[in-house]
Ligand binder design. Structure first.
Ligand code: 2P0
Length: 327
């Protein structure tokens, strides 16, 4: 017997970052974060539980996924089987419209889509807190991709994570902004997020300061969002991202996610801003530069980023919708 379901989720980009965990086992964040779900960074995943399957199988873009990836998905499916009280192995078929494992937040859409598809295939219709907890165990940023628009993931205080549930702060159609993404190399990231965060927590002398500023950045970003004040949101986002990278750089051994094109892109955006554009950068655990701006500045930002040596693709993202079950 087989049971199948498919789901679609979109990657989110954090404007106030999560970099550090308060509980490694439950994958609970040490600080709250705020993200924008992107319109066209899409992952679609079908999960088919099959009583006759000898083990879990993962196909990414039609080809067998690397063993480490298969095992991570298989551990995730163990959680779903345990929740559903079932034993069957599954076939997971996933496709993304963008480069995975390179700091383009693919794990956020990947685990959001896997959480939704696998639970539905297992016959479960989980409420948001339970679905978010499951997605979070796959990837700390994944709960944010369950919702559309602008999404807060509070750190919460409860040891069991029951108060770490994503909240939509503004819907996808509530504010017309853009994130212009300059893709710069599509290889695997140098240091994975989980390892990087733990290294920063254990070794960076700036980690306590980073954690201490988190709540203030989150409140400032939410106030800017509520006021639809793009310069205020952009300033907070840019400063928060640079602080996250300062913590990574000051870890031991140091973690450097940037390359030459990253720095060039940041400088292009600064030059545009000096000329009057409203554009601010954010950078995740990879070399890509993402630029928050208004719709009127997006074309100029995209043109400037296309002129940076090493940038291979420029995407213009709008706020997108949350995760959805496919028919
Ligand atoms: C974020 N990142 O808030 C931050 C900013 C990357 C930089 O969440 O360890 O793959 O699996 O929870 O979700 C990427 O980390 O990390 C991430 P784990 P995840 O978007």
């Amino acid at each position: 017997m087989t049971r199948t379901a498919a789901a679609r989720a979109r990657a989110n980009i954090a404007l106030v970052k999560y970099w550090g965990k308060r509980d490694l086992r439950l994958n609970l964040p040490a600080t709250g974060s705020l993200s924008m779900t992107c319109s066209s960074l899409v992952t679609e995943t079908r999960v088919t539980f099959d009583d006759a399957a000898p083990r879990d199988e993962v196909l990414a873009d039609g080809a067998a996924a690397p063993e480490a990836f298969r095992q991570r998905a298989s551990r995730f499916l163990d959680r779903v089987r345990s929740l559903a009280g079932m034993a069957a192995f599954a076939r997971v078929e996933t496709r993304a419209t963008f480069p995975v494992a390179s700091g383009l937040a693919s794990s956020s859409s990947g685990f959001a889509a896997l959480a939704l598809a696998s639970t539905r295939a297992a016959g479960l219709d989980l409420p948001l807190p339970a679905l978010a907890a499951l997605a979070r165990e796959g990837s700390g940023s994944a709960p944010r991709s369950l919702l559309g628009g602008f999404v807060e993931l509070p750190a919460g205080m409860s040891p069991d994570g029951s108060d770490c549930v994503p909240v939509q702060v503004a819907a996808a159609d509530a504010w017309d902004v853009r994130l212009v993404i300059a893709v710069n190399g599509a290889g695997e990231k140098a240091v994975g997020s989980t390892e990087g965060m733990e290294r920063s927590r254990a070794t960076s002398p700036f980690y306590p300061a980073w954690i201490a500023r988190g709540a203030g950045d989150l409140e400032a970003a939410k106030a800017a969002l509520a006021a639809r004040d793009l310069p205020a949101l952009g300033r907070v986002a840019e400063a928060n991202a640079f602080s996250m990278h300062a913590v990574a750089l000051s870890s031991n051994p140091p973690i450097l996610y940037w390359n030459a094109a990253t720095v060039d892109a940041v400088n292009r955006v600064r030059a545009l801003r000096a000329e009057g554009a409203g554009a601010w950068v954010t950078i995740d655990a990879g070399p890509h530069v993402k630029v928050l701006c208004g719709p009127g500045d997006a074309a100029a930002v995209a043109d400037a980023l296309r002129g940076v040596a090493g940038v291979t693709e420029v995407r213009v993202e709008r706020p997108g919708e949350g995760a959805e079950v496919l028919g």
